[in-house]
Design a protein around this ligand. Sequence first.
Ligand code: DC
Length: 221
Amino acid sequence: MGFNVAIDGPAGAGKSTIAKLVAKEMNFIYVDTGAMYRAIALYLLRKGIKPTDKDKFASECQGADVSIQYVDGVQQVLLNGENVSGLIRTEEVGNMASASSVDGKVREKLLDLQRNLAKENDVVMDGRDIGTNILPNADVKVYLTATVEERAMRRYRELTEKGTECDLETIKKDIAERDERDMNREIAPLKQAEDASFIDSSDMSIEEVKNAICDLIAARK
Ligand code: DC
């Protein structure tokens, strides 16, 4: 078993930014489980399935095979052998991932992939159910969050910097909807594990959050 760090939290809390930095500092691999759900979402969207087609997710996702590779230390997501890492970062795919990850069959497809990575490697794995469901015995668990306003503002800045036109109120509404769905679904909902450390990053710098998590790891090593 590798040394396992689980970071869960809502959309836009900065999980991936922080998890990448922590992984680099600790020389662990970073596993982005959201990207795996996004790959399945892309597969469903390509089949013409919509986020509201709930009863189609289970049967239609069966042909999707998700795997990952590391190129220069960066996770690449493969969907049936195609590298889709550059195609899964849109709001459309993110919203579809939130909708389709409610389905037990979709989640089942990714369970072994995630657990095996953690068994074979020292990992920082981020997602929604890592500390509660995927790696209940993780060495360090963190629940990382920030206010909806702050998370929306971060995403707005990120998109604007990339030159993507966007509207702050729409982003805020999308994030609130995603929270609602991710936290209230029946299977593996987003919630803080009892033994997770709670970090609200609203008023913290990236460096401060990274250091807080590295301190938690150092205390367990
Ligand atoms: O972290 P993200 O925005 O890339 O995740 C996209 C969606 O995937 C998220 O809204 C819910 C789902 N997800 C999940 O259900 N469980 C995970 N461990 C990771 C993501």
